[in-house]
Design a protein around this ligand. Sequence first.
Ligand code: PEP
Ligand code: MG
Length: 581
Amino acid sequence: MLELHGIPVSSGVAIGPALVLDPDGYSIPRCTIKRSDVADEIERLQQAVASVARSLEESRARTSAKMGNSTGEIFAAQLQMLRDPRMMAELQRRISQLQHSAAYSVSQVLHNYAETMRRLKSSLLAERADDVLDIERQLLFALGAVTTNPLKDLSAPVIVLSNSLTPSETANLDRRFVLGFCTETGGPGGHTAIVAKGLELPAVVGIGPFLGRVGEKTQVIVDGDRGRLVLDPDKKTLQEYRIGQEQQRIFARSLEQLRDCPAETVDGAHVLLNANIEFPYEVASCLERGADGIGLYRTEFLYLSSDSEPSEEDHYRAYSQVVQAIGDRPVVIRTLDLGADKMGSRPLVDRENNPFLGLRSIRLSLKNQDLFRPQLRAILRAAVHGDVRMMFPLITTLAELRQARMLVNVIAEDLLEEAIPHRRDIPIGMMVEVPAAVLMLDRFVQEIDFLSIGTNDLVQYTLAVDRSNEYVADLYQSSDPAVLRLIKHSVEVAATANVPIAVCGEMSSRPARALLLLGLGVRSLSVPPNALPKVKKAIRSVSISECQEMAARAMTLESAGEVDLFLAERLRKLVPELTIP
Ligand code: PEP
Ligand code: MG
């Protein structure tokens, strides 16, 4: 048994056999061949090498013609590596002496080469290591070893263990078979973590290198509450976890009775408790758990979960489905928040050095109106079916807000001219996710119908901490006093201007932090569906004056660590049931 630790990002426990993906997302099992097949296998390898060489030659010619010889030389260097006689000799040796399949030999030999280059710690050689991995990928494709995506062909339960998973790969995991996942990289606020919560998949990220220690089908436990991965658990550990799972089920069932009760404090303050969704089908679980509405619909997942660009009709169908399923409750449709870590298989921007500070979110939508317009048309059209509100992400300047609003007006005019049913009088709001927006909030409130604080990004941009980076995960804290001050200021400005303000970042799904937000004056929270029962339980267990005392004391503290210690102690007193993970 081996126990490893990482960052817990999605609660719950999963137990099952491992499916190990190599860094490129495919899995090449150790496979041996018959002695009589050795010659054929070497022949297959030679054909694969010839085919990859042909394609590299073509790429070199094409690229040199388009971008000059120096760029084309990248492929010349790859060709040279591919034709390295030592590498060919080693591959042939493995096939003939060890009787390894060509694909397994390629994956072993090229991976070892890449690793050796990386260990030499020269940036030039590290780049060459990427070239080696690229050649490996091409050879494996040519050998037909990776035509199938192991995640697409599942037929039995697995726990996915991988170096990394992008948000779109996570969104496309087959929920019928994937029980949970662990990754070597990744941080607490990344969108992969958020999607895991949406899918209710126990997940641990940022474990560091461990894949080399796991065999195919090894039994594993993912503990998404404590951030633990257990490989080959012993009987006692398995038994403890099975008992824990049962206790969690009983506790979850006990919270089900709160479904139809309002999210109200003991002294009668009403809190709007909405849900965050990524996909239309999640509305059912929001309703089952008594959500007041949808406070954040992350529409970019429509884009991330399909192989082709969604049309206006695709957008319209998805939004109408959500609006009709939720009935007369409100739905806040957030416009596309693509870019940075939310990039599908067809990147919309060139490689950026600092993608989180680059062309993402509303900036990308405004620059790419072919993408934005169909979405805006679809939102205004879907609005005829219910209480739809539109929200822009990552607004940083007044000019962006004005430009986005102007575009909505133009779209409404077009729809009117085309006599297409729509509504143009819907509330328009913005997310508060950037310190600049907080500092300028007194101006924004004059031009906006509602606000929603996105603490996930607000933390990242306030503390200069990449939300998806495991190396700085300890600094990524929504309880940091600097963040609390920005929230407090935002709530006060919104109250003065009489503009509704909500918090829809992950902060609001952690019961103690949710109570702190109530103490700061927030009366509207939006949380992932599976957090609705526990947040409601917390709200219904306290009075507003207790929350205010909590907030007043927290605002005097100097670090996130102090705030969290204090909040944990208060939660233990006020809502002891919730302190059991
Ligand atoms: C946020 O930043 O807090 C937020 C809700 O948006 P996202 O997590 O999708 O960036
Ligand atoms: Mg955000």
